[in-house]
Design a protein around this ligand. Structure first.
Ligand code: ADP
Length: 863
């Protein structure tokens, strides 16, 4: 049988109930307003019944205060229910709120009532301009219980507030509570209908169904609560609504300690403590105590006292007991939630602290890092850079922040960098590392190693790059220098024909440098040849000693180095190399590795060979030359003999016969031309004789055997002065000397030196100037310098060198007689004594001849 349940309500709340019913989605429930408001006289069933639609099976009257005295309809098939709320407003607002508002003197309104307030007042006999009077005596403010139904409720309240001259307040109330009450009411109606239908046999089951529905609904409501006090307040509220008790309170057992009840009511406290069952009646027998317990853990006790409808006591209790389980769950959830919140707060505090610490650590790491670190936007703007990066690129922090990484990257490196960035943004790579160049602020290039990774937002967009920048300038320079020096080394090795090899004796592996291949005439792309197969590259004569040396090195670890001849595999001419090797030993002393070099010495060998050949040739030529010289010497000796004896002889004869002729002709005839001719003959003969003697002296001086005799130069000078005495007197000249040393040599030859020099000094005197000759000596390191000076005519500078050559004379024989051999002889003698001679002179001032002779030492040696 289809049910039609009608809910009659005070027309003031009709819209809210209507909305709640619609939200429930019932199609068998009608909400019907009746024109009564709180405080009006009681209505009777006769007035109400005509309002009910036909087919109504049950009717609930909500808002009992409006229907004072109305009792459930007896003796009718119609199931009637009088909703137990004390106040109509309880339908839409929590009783505590309503009680508080009434105590305060607030005029309670719903939104629907507000919408038509002038009409409502008019019905009560107050025109709109008298509205203020209506409220004046009993209301201090207007309170709108706003369920959100009316969109312009605020404005309406405002205008009403102005019209009636009262302040206005607005409390938001939930439609949910209306829905809950409506549902409870409807369920009870249904339950009652069902009860009646199935009679007493089915009674219990029907009740369970109803209880379950209610409990499920409450669960839905309460599970949304998040705080234990709120949960407890809501539970109390529920019990208040369901049972309308005169007293209700919750005794909570927080962490097993019961609270408050002792002070409140000692007898109740004793009863609660003794409560072992799930529930118990209170001492007054008009209420009950309910344990809220789960898994043996007591959460608290709900005390409900002074129930209004004892007739329903049993039914209430059943509902209450069902609700108790749910309430336990709710409290437990709330407590668990509280613990979670507490833990969350502690966690949050700890996390915040850790975060702060890690931020401090990060800050320190970031700023004090030995490498540059930067946070860079996806567009390349620096978002953050550390001190080290500023140092690397030479910019101040503010300057760098105005640049992009593209601007300070070398153009040649930029494309590669941007390609890496593109790939990372495309998600192809997670990070990258590359070496590149930055421009330093001063324009220099700085090599750096860059490592970049990308941080993504939770939304999947790129957030920022983290770049680590390590300066590698020094490394790059070192690498470049290394490459250069390696290239130099390679080049030097190539030029020097130096190759190196290594033989790992344990593994039997060989390694040759390119040059070794080349020296042995093999293809460098081939493999090294092992030992002893390598013998094929050497001549048999060379391999023997080389193999011996290698074997010795293998056994004894001795190094070796020897020149060997290579017979290259490619058939080219043989080459000579110096093969060097050394052994490296294991920790246990066994030879592990032999390594060494081969150096091309072919050219040296060839040069040595050439030198040897040349030496042999030279020796032969020297011997030949010596023989020739000896022969020449012999000839010269003979010439000297001839010159000294044979040439002088005719001269003497010429001279003698010229004298004879003078004697024979007598004084009388010797005059005029004859006299002159005879003088010419004698002069020529004498000159010839002098020339021959000088030539002999010159020839002798060249072959002078200098004996190791000490010669006191002072005694030489005494002798010279004696020889020149006549000449000195003739020209009124003077000859003096200072302290003179003893030297090593031939006394007669040295006398001849000084006689020549001093003789020239007298001969080349200035006319009208008496010659002044002076000899002085001074030590000069390991030699004596003996200066012979005169005040004669001097010599022009351009002739200074030439006068020491044989037959070089600067004047005609008439002006100054002489053979032109004197200084040549002096030079030869001095040189044969291991010394030298030079001249300084100034025309018309005089000349200084400086003779250098080695010092004589007491031990007889000369230096
Ligand atoms: P000679 O005296 O026989 O001419 P020397 O060999 O002694 O030959 O000298 C060569 C030349 O050097 C001389 O002819 C003279 O012109 C010049 N000469 C040598 N000694 C002096 C001197 N003391 N003063 C000026 N001229 C000199």
């Amino acid at each position: 049988m289809r049910e039609l349940l009608s809910v009659l309500c005070c027309h003031t709340f009709h819209p809210e109930l209507e909305a709640a019913a619609r939200a429930e989605g019932w199609d068998d429930v009608r909400v019907i307003p009746y024109p009564v408001r709180c405080g009006c006289p009681a209505v009777r069933w006769e007035e109400l019944l005509p309002l009910l639609p036909a087919g109504t099976t049950g009717v609930a009257v909500m808002g009992r205060a409006c229907l004072n005295g109305l009792e459930p309809l007896e003796g009718s098939d119609l199931v009637t229910l009088i909703e137990p709320q004390q106040e109509c407003f309880h339908l839409v607002a929590a009783p505590t709120l309503v009680n508080e508002a009434i105590t305060r003197g607030s005029y309670l309104m719903t939104a629907s009532w507000l919408a038509e307030w002038p009409a409502h007042l008019a019905k009560l006999g107050f025109a709109p301009d008298q509205a203020g009077e209506f409220f004046r005596d009993f209301a201090c403010e207007l309170l709108l219980l706003d369920s959100g139904q009316l969109s312009d409720a605020g404005e309406r309240l405002q205008s009403m507030s102005q019209a009636v001259g009262l302040p206005a307040r607005r409390e938001r109330v939930g439609l949910d509570i209306t829905r809950l009450l409506l549902r409870l009411t409807v369920n009870r109606l249904r339950w009652e209908l069902e009860r009646r239908r199935v009679q007493s046999r089915e009674r219990r089951r029907a009740r369970e169904v109803a209880d379950l529905t209610t409990a499920m609904d409450l669960l839905g409501q309460l599970a949304m609560l998040q705080d234990e006090p709120e949960a407890v307040a809501a539970i109390e509220e529920m019990f208040r609504m369901l049972f309308a008790p005169s007293e209700l309170f919750f005794v909570g057992w927080a962490e097993g300690v019961w609270q408050g009840l002792e002070a409140l009511s000692p007898s109740l406290s004793a009863q609660v403590r003794g409560l072992r069952e799930e529930w118990a009646w209170t001492a007054s027998d008009t209420g009950f105590l309910l344990r809220l317990e789960r898994s043996g853990h007591l959460q608290g006790v709900i005390v409900v006292e002074g129930l209004s409808f004892p007739a329903y006591r049993e039914g209430y209790l059943e509902t209450a007991r069902s609700l108790a389980g749910i309430c336990t769950l709710v409290i437990e959830n709330a407590r668990a939630l509280r613990r979670i919140k507490k833990a969350e707060a502690a966690l949050r505090r700890a996390t915040t602290e850790r975060l702060r610490e890690s931020e401090i650590r990060f800050e320190a790491t970031f700023e004090q890092a030995a490498v540059g670190i930067a946070v860079v936007s996806p567009e390349g703007r620096w978002l953050r850079v550390n001190r080290k990066l500023c140092q690397i690129v030479g910019y101040a922090l503010e300057e760098l922040m105005h640049l992009t990484f593209q601007e300070i990257t070398h153009p040649d490196d930029l494309d590669k960098d941007l390609e890496n960035v593109r790939r990372m943004l495309a998600g192809e790579i997670a990070n990258y590392s590359m070496e590149k160049r930055y421009f330093h602020k001063n324009g220099d290039l700085v090599w750096i190693n860059l490592t970049v990774s990308l941080v993504w937002r939770a939304s999947g967009e790129p957030d920022y790059f983290i770049a680590v920048i390590e300066e590698i300038q020094a490394r790059k320079e070192a690498e470049s220098a290394l490459r250069e020096s390696e290239a130099h080394l390679r080049e030097a090795r190539r030029l020097a024909g130096l190759g190196d090899w290594k033989w790992d004796v344990r593994t039997g592996t060989h390694a040759w440098s390119e040059e070794v291949f080349r020296l042995l005439g093999c293809d460098p792309s081939g493999s090294p040849v092992g030992y002893p197969e390598v013998s094929a590259f050497f001549t048999r004569e060379s391999w023997g000693p080389l193999a011996d040396a290698v074997e010795r090195s293998l056994v004894q670890g001795t190094p070796f180095g020897l020149d060997v001849e290579v017979a290259p595999e490619n058939g080219g001419g043989t080459r000579w190399v110096t093969a060097r090797g050394e052994a490296l030993r294991d920790d246990d002393g066994a030879v592990r590795i032999l390594r060494g070099t081969l150096q091309d010495i072919t050219e040296r060998k060839q040069a040595e060979e050439e030198i040897r050949t040349l030496n042999v040739e030279l020796e032969a030529r020297v011997m030949q030359r010596t023989a020739e010289l000896e022969a020449l010497n012999q000839e010269l000796k003979e010439f000297a003999y001839v010159a000294s004896h044979d040439l002088q002889e005719p001269l003497r004869t010429m001279n003698s016969y010229a004298e004879f002729l003078r004697e024979d002709l007598g004084e009388a005839l010797i005059q005029g031309a004859v006299e002159e001719d005879l003088r010419f003959i004698s002069d020529a003969a004498r000159r010839m004789q002098t020339l021959v003697q000088d030539l002999l002296a010159y020839s002798r001086s060249g072959r002078l055997e200098v004996k190791d005799h000490p010669v006191a130069l002072g005694t030489c000078l005494t002798m010279v002065r004696e020889n020149l005495q006549t000449s000195l007197e003739e020209c009124a000249g003077t000859l003096t000397w200072g302290e003179l040393p003893t030297v090593r040599g031939e006394r007669s030859a040295l006398i001849s030196v000084f006689q020549n020099l001093l003789g020239n000094g007298l001969k080349f005197r200035r006319s009208g100037v008496s010659p002044v000759l002076r000899v002085e000596a001074e030590a000069d390191g390991e030699a004596w310098r003996i200066r012979v000076s005169d005040n004669g005519i001097g010599i022009e500078e351009r002739y200074l060198e030439r006068i020491f050559l044989p037959f070089k004379r600067l004047h005609g024989r008439q002006a100054y007689p002489g053979s032109g051999l004197g200084l040549a002889i002096v030079k030869k003698i001095v040189e044969r004594h291991g010394g030298g001679i030079r001249v300084e002179s100034e025309p018309d001032r005089g000349s200084v001849f400086t003779v250098t002779l080695p010092c004589w030492h007491d031990d007889g040696s000369a230096s």
